[in-house]
Ligand binder design. Structure first.
Ligand SMILES: [Zn+2]
Length: 428
């Protein structure tokens, strides 16, 4: 793992300096923040570093417009880092962390993040979600060597950022279920230690959702720990499988389409929360599926599939990538028959596992609403048709086996889309 030190506690900001020295020795630091995070913890962070005898330069993005993780921001930070041999200390959440992670990685330097909100699991993951020439992608780069979070600051984070982190955390229920499915099918075995790392803290967070909604220190700390653990799990596996399933693929489609509300991009956790409710619903439908409904459904020919993909993606590069991914997992003839047989044979076991892995969707939904997450496309400026479209695209873009592949291979994909009509948009 890249991350050597993880410190999450009350008053941790005072330990930035000593932790920095422990990790990197007495080298210079470049404090990276924006107008907002500078105000929240900039002074304390710089003071702590100086007290430890570290020379600190600053690189501050404006508060407005919010910094955006693209090639320009990355180049700015990299140029500033290149002025000497400073190690970056980024004070912020998802975006600033991604910019710094990538800039440091391009210079082959380690870095440290001081987290300001429990908003994503990307703090500790090894990739950076950035937009290059307008196209959102996850660029590979090392995870931070040090993660530090002061729970006093996390509790004061904006409500939407806490809710967003809760959404990203609850996604581990459906992501876990997709992994169980892939494991049962022999496509991708579960690694027990990694599974525990993600799934245990997830359940603690779910049990503390009221405390999280009320910004109680314990719940907020548990949320941050659970999100960090997901990142660590991804570092260990060098794969996002432990933390990301079909609900994340739905959010990837919306990210590519720049889904926004009130002029601002919808946060990762919010898109994922809506995706999680959709996938939880599809699993509940599966739990009620009668085995006789799985027989004899027509499937697409490769030519039909190809046309569907080409008409879905307007961007040529994305369409080509989707074509190659989809071709690699496309089954026909005897291979398809064998897969269908395997899926049908698995159905009773799957139903059992669904009832153990997933909380009842109504309860999950209520907890998300209580913390302030959207649960229906209409809450994030999308329609039910947009959701159906995103679910369709989600099944085309990755080779990760999910419940969407199961529906597709059984010839029940249209029926699954239809069933999403039952998702409730009612709040409360
Ligand atoms: Zn996520």
């Amino acid at each position: 793992m890249d991350t050597k030190i993880s410190l999450v506690q009350r008053g941790a900001l005072k330990k930035v300096g000593s932790t920095f020295v422990e990790a990197f020795g007495h080298t210079n630091a470049l404090l990276i923040a924006d107008g907002n995070t500078l105000r929240i913890g900039g002074f304390a962070t710089a003071r702590s570093l100086q007290k430890a005898g570290i020379e600190v330069r600053q690189f501050i993005f404006p508060a407005h417009p919010q910094p955006y993780a693209d090639e320009h921001s990355i180049a700015q930070v990299r140029l500033s880092l290149e002025m000497d041999n400073s190690i970056a200390v980024v004070l912020g959440s998802g975006t600033l962390n991604d910019i710094t992670k990538r800039a440091s990685s391009e210079l082959d330097r380690p870095y440290m993040v001081v987290a300001t909100a429990p908003s994503v699991d990307g703090y500790t993951s090894y990739g950076a979600a950035v937009s290059i020439k307008g196209f959102k992608q996850t660029l590979s780069c090392a995870a931070p060597m040090v993660v530090l979070a002061d729970t006093d600051i996390l509790c004061e984070a904006p409500a939407e950022m806490i809710a967003s982190g809760y959404g990203d955390c609850m996604a581990k229920y459906t992501a876990g279920m997709d992994w169980i499915l892939a494991d049962l099918l022999g496509v991708q075995p579960i690694r027990d230690d990694v599974w525990e790392m993600v799934q245990k803290p997830l359940r603690l967070v779910y049990a503390h959702h009221k405390g999280i909604a009320n910004r109680q220190r314990e719940g907020i700390g548990l949320l941050f720990d659970a999100l960090s653990a997901s990142g660590f799990a991804m570092q260990i596996m060098h794969d996002s499988r432990p933390a990301s399933g079909a609900e994340h693929l739905i959010s990837h489609i919306w990210e590519m389409e720049h889904l926004s509300k009130d002029g601002l991009p919808v946060s990762h956790g919010f898109k994922v929360a809506v995706g999680t409710m959709a996938i939880a619903h599809l699993y509940e439908e599966l739990a009620m599926l009668d085995v006789t409904e799985c027989y004899g459904k027509p499937t697409q020919s490769w030519e039909e599939r190809k046309q569907a993909i080409l008409s879905f993606f307007s961007n040529k590069t994305v369409a080509e990538e989707a074509l190659s991914v989809s071709k690699a997992k496309f089954l026909e003839g005897k291979a398809l028959q064998a897969r269908r047989k395997a899926l049908i044979a698995l159905l009773p076991t799957l139903k059992e596992r669904i009832s153990v892995q997933l909380p009842p969707s109504k309860e999950l939904r209520d907890s998300l609403i209580e913390v302030g997450c959207p649960v229906h496309p209409s809450h994030i400026n999308a329609t039910l048709e947009d959701l159906k479209r995103a679910v369709t695209g989600a099944q085309m873009i990755r080779n990760r086996y999910t419940v969407l592949d199961l529906y597709y291979e059984l010839g029940l994909f249209d029926r699954a889309l239809q069933s999403l009509e039952a998702l409730s948009g009612r709040v409360g």
